[in-house]
Design a protein around this ligand. Structure first.
Ligand code: HEM
Length: 403
């Protein structure tokens, strides 16, 4: 059988039971720049080796985020224009928009949130751990990132659940549970989702309140910038979504990693110095965003393969993070792994995750505080995966704890 007969990365069903790591291993070895036909599209090149992923993300002149956006979906120009936030832009506008708040996310700047993150985490854990059995995703791993985001932005407690649900509806739209049938009136909305309208409304209300009552927060800052309404709307949606599912799935997979490797859990409990490297290993292990997409501005060559102009090129971070050329025993979960130059936040370059330092802190604190509080924790059923070739998502994970 040929590769094309066995491997189809556009098939969301191929990701339902587990990440198809064996496909990626084969591609890295046999076809590192693999052309994947699509049933309803032009097809895309799948880049699976670490070094090539890096090359694509760092060479913004050849691999554009703006021409076709960064998702696999084929959007027309009107849709791209209406929906695009900085993540779907090239310089110079990308750099201007990112520059507005990037300084709040440097390693040093995020330290001001450490206490807030710990307080929020403590609150979430104490509420969840009142029960012996509960859904880890619902009660803990989805709560922490959203509560942190809400805390940082000053969103009232009463609105927080609503924002979490909006985020789920916005992003999980390949999964039957969240699926909304395509409606032409939603085509200009982020993710073609009507939930985006509710999210816009929420952001606009917050901005209006800050204009009246300015604070020293991100929304106040953005509210006073000369952004168009649409630019503000999509900026808000980006901030509300970028750190939400990603951090959630890292925490969930992090726990799965520890439960499936009890020796690593033991190591972590015995040596608190390991929480930092453990968080990095959880990020590598989870790789919550499987891939990103770019579009070639001209014909080019990558790893010996000629790619035509205006082709869809996808970079499979999930594969880069298991590249045996870079990681020793890549399929081993090692909480002390050093070095660990994973690409869960992207491989560097201008689009590197803006929230990376905040996210790493959240993951570390989640486990520092969780393991302090529980004697044992076990799954009571198999984790339920999201149907998506984009997110490595877990929808539900029932657990039982003893304290
Ligand atoms: C575990 C959690 C997270 C993961 C795995 C993650 C992953 C990523 C990845 C892979 C990218 C694209 C990188 C590239 O194209 O090279 C990205 C971009 C981005 N992330 Fe994150 N992210 C996480 C958390 C967050 C958080 C908490 C925020 C909060 C502000 C955030 C904000 C952003 C923004 C604004 C961008 C776009 C940056 C740009 O285009 O310049 N992310 N993230």
């Amino acid at each position: 059988m040929t590769l094309t007969e066995t491997i189809d990365l556009s098939d969301h069903d191929a990701f339902v039971d587990a990440v198809p790591y064996d496909w990626f291993r084969t591609l890295r070895r046999e076809a590192p720049v693999y052309f994947n036909p699509e049933p309803d599209g032009p097809g895309f090149y799948a880049v699976t080796r670490y070094a090539d992923i890096r090359e694509v993300h760092r060479n913004v002149d050849i691999y554009s985020s703006e021409i076709g956006g960064t998702s696999l979906e084929d959007l027309d120009e009107e849709q791209l224009e209406a929906r695009k936030s900085m993540i779907d832009m090239d310089p110079p506008r990308h750099d201007e928009l990112r520059g507005l708040i990037a300084r709040r996310f440097t390693p040093r700047a995020v330290q001001v949130w450490e206490d807030a993150v710990r307080t929020v985490t403590d609150r979430v854990l104490d509420a969840a751990l009142e029960k012996e059995e509960f859904d880890f995703v619902e009660e803990i791993s989805s709560e922490i990132p959203m509560q942190v985001f809400a805390e940082i932005l000053g969103i009232p407690q009463s609105d927080r659940r609503h924002i979490i649900e909006l985020g789920d509806r916005l992003l999980g739209n390949q999964d039957p549970e969240y699926f909304v049938p395509p409606d032409p009136s939603h085509r200009l909305l982020p993710f073609s989702s009507p939930a985006a309208l509710e999210m816009f409304e929420f952001g606009r209300k917050m901005a209006a309140a800050r204009r009246k009552n300015p604070g020293n927060d991100i929304i106040t800052q953005l509210a006073f910038e000369p952004l168009t309404q649409r630019e503000f709307d999509v900026y808000f949606v980006l901030l509300a979504t970028a750190g939400n599912e990603t951090t959630r799935h890292t925490i969930t997979h992090g726990l799965i990693g520890l439960l499936e490797h009890p020796d690593q859990l033991e190591r972590l409990r015995e040596d608190p110095e390991l929480y930092k490297p453990a968080a990095e290993e959880m990020l590598r292990w989870a790789t919550p965003v499987h891939h990103f997409r770019r579009t070639t501005t001209r014909e080019t060559e990558l790893a010996g393969t000629t790619i035509p102009a205006l082709a869809k090129v996808t970079t499979w971070l999930v594969s880069g993070n298991r590249d045996e050329e870079v990681f020793e025993e890549p399929d081993t979960f090692d909480v002390g792994r050093t070095p660990n130059k994973h690409v869960a936040f992207g491989p560097g370059g201008i689009h590197t995750c803006m929230g990376a330092h905040l996210a790493r802190m959240e993951v570390r604190i989640a486990f520092e505080e969780l393991l302090k509080r529980v004697k044992t924790i076990e799954m009571t059923a198999r984790p339920e995966r999201l149907r998506s070739n984009f997110f490595n998502g877990i929808k539900r994970m029932p657990v039982r704890v003893t304290r």
